[in-house]
Design a binder for this molecule. Structure first.
Ligand code: SF4
Length: 77
């Protein structure tokens, strides 16, 4: 479930329709390129945080962005 309705993967009823997502620390999200996402998760270092305010969805792509296919993540069928 996700309320970020300007995301490419967002769907009705606040459902995330990405096949997979990658949640990381804000700090990591600030520096990693858009190409790093769930397909690269197993090769990425752990990014511990202190609370939920320090986490970020790395899979977010603005709706309509040409970057939607840059990270290898697709929508659920
Ligand atoms: S990819 Fe992330 S930001 Fe986008 S709808 Fe899914 S959970 Fe929300």
């Amino acid at each position: 479930m996700c309320s970020v309705n300007n995301c490419h993967y967002w769907g009705k009823g606040n459902r995330c329709e990405a096949q997979q997502i990658f949640v990381v620390s804000d700090k990591f999200a600030d520096t990693a390129t858009d190409h790093i996402d769930a397909p690269q998760a197993s090769m990425t270092q752990a990014t511990p945080v202190n609370n939920c305010m320090e986490t970020a969805c790395k899979t977010f792509v603005p709706k309509g962005s040409y970057m939607a296919s840059a990270d290898g993540v697709t929508k659920q069928q």
